[in-house]
Structures are given as C-alpha cells and as structure tokens.
Write a protein that binds this ligand. Structure first.
Ligand code: HEM
Length: 219
C-alpha cells in the first residue's frame, strides 16, 4: 500500500478523485439533472462535501498510525485544501442562489439566522488554516505554532456539525447528523487517546534516561 501511495501517479489521481463531486455537480447543473430545485441541491451538496472532506482529513492520521501506511501523510495538505475548496463553493452557491450576491442581505442573514452564523464562523476559522498550508507559511510560523493553529480543525468540525444540526432541527431530521457526529467523535476520541499514550511513553522514556544517568551507589 505504501508503494502505491508513494507512486508519482497516485497523487494526481487522488486530486482528480477529489474533484469528482465538483465535476458531478457541474454536469448535473448543465444537464439539468439536479432535481426540482437545482439551487438548493447545489447549496446542500457542497455543504455535504465540505463536511465529508473534514471527516476525511481528520481520518488521515489515525489511519496512517493504525495501518502503518505512512505514505498517507503526503495527501493531508491536499485533502485539507479540498475542504476549503468545497466550503468556498458552498458559500458561493449560497451567496449567488439564495442571496443574489447582495452583500448587505448576506450580512443581515448571517446576523439573523444562528445556523448561518455558525457556518460562517467555521468558514472564517478555516481561512487561516488554508492560508498557512504552504511550506513558506509553515517555516515562517514554526512547526509548533503551525501545529497548534491546525488543531482548530476539531473546532471547525464541531461548528460544521452544529451548523448541520441546527439546519436539520427545523426539519426534525437528524439521522445523517448523528452519523457525522459519531464519526467525528470517534476520530477526536482516538486523537485524545493517542496524545495521552504518547505523553505516557515520553514520561517513561525520560524516567528511564534519568535512571541510567544517575550514578550507581555501592551497596
Ligand atoms: C465548515 C463550514 C460549513 C460546513 C461543514 C457546512 C455544511 C453544511 C451541511 C452539511 C449542510 C446540509 C446539507 C444537507 O442538508 O444535505 C449545509 C447547508 C447549508 N449551509 Fe453550510 N456549511 C458550512 C458553512 C456554511 C457557510 C459559510 C454558509 C453561508 C454563509 C452556509 C450556508 C448553508 C445553507 C444556506 C445551507 C442550506 C440550508 C437549507 O437548504 O435549508 N454554510 N451546510
């Protein structure tokens, strides 16, 4: 699997695969195949794909650690940028089809509807993550600060979920919301457990080094 993941052709193929939902939506719009309300279908599908890509990004490290497929690491940045790509499309579809690109109307709607405000907050928080996903930014920030900043992805996942929950609350339809909530909770739970185990291991290693360095007393 690692060989496949590191093959030069695999990343461009993964890139095309990530563009698949976008291509499908463009085709659907051009072929008039998006159902009775194409505008709503576009807003909703791009929202769904944003949340799906958030889940995919959050799954990269657990999958890499559990399976040993270290080649997955080279896909994380691209997948993260696809989260941003789909949320920008989502925001554009909403701004165009729901709001007719009326900035004043958009601002009023963000202030008026809490579920839109929460989605917008998630978008605002995603922006610095997307802007700092390049090597130059990572160097400028330093690895520690960059990692701390990118932990915000869990907060963004929570806000995206709340946005979805709030939207579906009006329709009393929570089935999909619970599926996403379960996936995100499991991935966050794994991350916390992994950080805890890592800390314990570090403590044990430094205790062992300290014991070795201590001079032996005769006795
Ligand atoms: C990380 C950020 C976001 C995520 C993960 C997200 C996700 C979603 C999801 C999953 C849906 C429901 C789709 C469905 O019913 O199948 C949705 C709907 C929607 N979102 Fe977002 N969204 C985000 C940001 C935004 C932003 C920034 C706006 C606008 C300012 C927005 C406006 C909407 C609207 C208008 C709907 C459709 C509501 C309806 O049809 O009743 N979202 N979003």
């Amino acid at each position: 699997m690692n060989k496949l993941l590191l093959h030069p052709a695999t990343k461009p193929l993964a890139f095309l695969l990530c563009l698949g939902p976008f291509a499908w939506l463009v085709y659907g719009a051009l072929a008039d195949a998006l159902g009775a309300n194409p505008a709503e279908a576009l807003v909703r599908s791009t929202g769904d794909w944003t949340l799906r890509f958030i889940c995919i990004v959050l799954a990269v490290t657990p999958l890499r650690v559990v399976s040993g497929w270290n080649g997955l690491a080279r896909y994380r940045r691209m997948l993260g940028l696809f989260v941003y790509f789909y949320v920008v499309l989502h925001l554009l579809c909403y701004s165009w089809f729901d709001m007719g690109f009326d900035i004043g109307e958009i601002v009023r709607d963000i202030a008026k509807r809490p579920f839109i405000l929460v989605g917008f907050a998630a978008f605002v928080l995603l922006t610095p993550l997307a802007a700092t996903s390049f090597n130059k930014a990572i160097k400028a920030l330093g690895a520690r600060r960059w990692q701390a900043l990118h932990k915000a992805v869990y907060l963004i996942a929570g806000l995206g979920l709340l946005h979805f929950f709030w939207m579906r609350a009006g329709k009393n339809n929570f089935d999909e919301v619970f599926i996403y909530a379960g996936i995100i909770a499991a991935l966050l739970g794994w991350r916390l457990w992994y950080a805890f185990v890592g800390k314990k291991r570090k403590q044990a290693a430094s205790a062992a080094t300290a014991a070795k360095a201590r001079p032996r007393t005769a006795g």
